[in-house]
Design a protein around this ligand. Structure first.
Ligand SMILES: NC(=O)C1=CN([C@@H]2O[C@H](COP(=O)(O)OP(=O)(O)OC[C@H]3O[C@@H](n4cnc5c(N)ncnc54)[C@H](O)[C@@H]3O)[C@@H](O)[C@H]2O)[C@@H](O)CC1
Ligand SMILES: Nc1ncnc2c1ncn2[C@@H]1O[C@H](COP(=O)(O)OP(=O)(O)O)[C@@H](O)[C@H]1O
Ligand SMILES: [K+]
Length: 487
């Protein structure tokens, strides 16, 4: 953001104009509240506070009753914030002396992008009072105390009903707990030109179709099933084979031309009761898997869901990896507990690897690797893991992060809470495999899979069970194909 601001200034917009527009956008948001009477603006010592002074002035000019309190010393304000404060005609109160109960709406303009350390002392006490007040809070840029780069709370932060931010959202608006603390996020245009992005070349994105649509394959008129790839899902024993069957259904619905499920012989009767379109093959160990995979048209293998851990699993992965596209999930990942370098070797000989751990699996895989596990945010941890493995890493959760070893990363925001249901992850691994089989590059395939998975859940609606997810893809694909054809 500092570079974006600087770019705008160099292109001829004075920084004070940016602040005026930022403060005005905040005022516009506050004025929309049902009872925008008795507005209390709490300002901090930097430019976030400056935005607060502008918002207070604009609201007062529009006839609202506004009080303003400043945390810190008015004489110590500098730059644009100082000028904004000079143009505020009302009283500047002492926060400790203000009764928050008298406020109808609170504007939280204490700290934004410049938060440099954990809140303590008077700042923390004020944020805690704000949090306990129960008043609707409109946060400027970020709820004060929330770290915009990591989404973590530094000391304290108050729940906002709405956050007004500028130009683009920051990772802290998307990563939990930040996302939840922000309430509704409104992005205001303060006149920073989009060309700033060409200069900055950001590497962090929201996971939405624009990010991967060019790589997404809509079936072509002249295509056939063999041109759409052949995915193999390797199943564990009968009693856990449901997980692999969910993956296989995900892969098929995602558009793989053919899907084979490799099952131990005792599990074959169960598959007969599942999708007729999925082809079962008896495969009892790594040797038989090698025989199946002698056919190079089987270009993608999904291993992990319901597979069981240990040596046999590693042996199967070793057989499947060379020159093939792989998705590894669940037990496949746990079998590399504490030895991520062995997984990096698998990635290196493959034709592209996506790993899809949840937090527990991630912690097990990187046990002892402080540089990965202690990176400052979920975003940074996922990036560090992708670099370590030389693979695309999907770190699942409400705020799933997808990272490529080259530094690109995306944060998903479309998963409804009811997606957290048994077997949902198995379907995700299958969807990713289905997209890889069709030839999508691994990062785009992983981002698309995560987005499609979230949309499929919405399509199925509350009460969702994992079996509904592959079915939910049908409606999602209808809309996506139509949108791509129109574009
Ligand atoms: N041209 C720009 O840079 C623009 C900036 N804007 C606003 O400016 C904000 C960033 O401004 P600043 O960089 O001045 O930063 P902030 O205003 O977020 O905070 C910096 C101030 O807080 C103090 N501080 C930091 N952490 C503290 C802690 N834990 N306890 C106590 N004091 C602490 C610092 O010493 C400094 O005085 C953005 O969030 C946004 O609201 C907008 O006006 C748009 C334009
Ligand atoms: N709070 C949440 N909100 C939305 N999606 C979630 C939430 N928690 C987990 N998920 C998603 O649910 C899926 C669960 O997968 P996983 O943990 O592998 O479970 P399972 O092994 O039962 O399939 C993942 O796609 C994950 O991103
Ligand atoms: K703030």
């Amino acid at each position: 953001m500092a570079r974006a601001d600087k770019f705008a200034v160099e292109m001829g917009t004075p920084s004070m104009t940016l602040m005026d527009r930022a403060g005005t956008a905040v005022a516009d948001a506050v004025a929309r509240y049902p009872y925008p009477t008795r507005i209390l603006v709490l300002c901090g010592p930097g430019n976030n506070g400056g935005d607060g002074f502008v918002a207070a002035r604009v609201l007062a000019q529009r006839g609202f009753k506004v009080r303003l309190a400043l945390l810190g010393d008015r004489d110590k304000l500098t730059g644009d914030a100082r000028r904004a404060a000079e143009r505020w005609r009302g009283a500047v109160e002492e926060p400790a002396a203000v009764d928050l109960d008298e406020a109808g709406v609170i504007v939280d303009a204490l700290f934004g992008a410049g938060l440099a350390r954990d809140l303590d002392g008077a700042a923390r006490a004020l944020v805690e009072r704000m949090a306990q007040s129960g008043k609707p809070i409109v946060a400027v840029d970020l709820p004060s105390g929330l770290d915009g780069a990591t989404g973590k709370v530094r000391g304290a932060a108050a729940q906002a009903v709405e956050t007004v931010t500028f130009f683009r959202r920051k990772p802290g608006h998307l990563l939990e707990p930040g996302r939840s603390l922000c309430g509704r996020v409104r992005v205001a245009d303060i006149g920073i030109p989009d060309e700033a992005l060409e200069a900055i070349r950001p590497q962090t994105f929201v996971d939405m179709p624009a990010l991967w649509r060019d790589a997404f394959l809509v079936p072509a008129a002249g295509g056939h099933k063999y041109s759409r790839g052949h995915a193999v899902v390797v199943s564990g024993p009968a009693w856990t084979s449901g997980a692999a069957r969910l993956s296989a259904r995900g892969a098929l619905r995602a558009g793989a031309g053919l899907v084979t499920i490799a099952l131990p012989r005792d599990a074959l009767p169960l598959q007969a009761a599942s999708y007729a379109a999925i082809m079962p093959r008896p495969v009892d160990g790594a040797g038989e898997l090698a025989e199946l995979l002698a056919d190079r048209r089987l270009n993608t293998v999904v291993l992990g869901p319901g597979l069981g851990g240990g040596e046999q699993t590693r042996a199967k992965i070793d057989v499947a990896a060379p020159g093939r596209r792989l998705v590894l999930d669940a037990d496949a990942l746990t079998s590399y507990e504490g030895v991520p370098w062995a997984l990096a070797a698998v990635a290196a000989c493959s034709d592209g690897l996506i790993v899809t751990p949840h937090e527990g699996e991630f912690a097990r895989m990187f046990r002892g690797d402080g540089e990965v596990l202690e990176a400052p945010s979920k975003l940074a941890r996922t990036r560090a893991a992708a670099r370590r493995l030389g693979a695309v890493v999907v770190l699942k959760g409400a705020d799933t992060v997808i990272a490529h070893p080259d530094g690109r990363a995306a944060i998903a925001e479309n998963a409804p809470a009811y997606l957290a249901t048994a077997g949902a992850g198995d379907v995700l691994a299958g969807i990713a495999g289905g997209l890889l089989a069709q030839g999508m590059p691994p990062f785009e395939a992983a981002c698309a899979a995560v987005w499609l998975h979230g949309e499929a859940a919405r399509e199925a609606g509350p009460g969702l069970i994992a079996d509904d997810l592959p079915e939910g893809l049908r409606g999602v694909y209808s809309r996506l194909y139509a949108a791509i054809e129109k574009a």
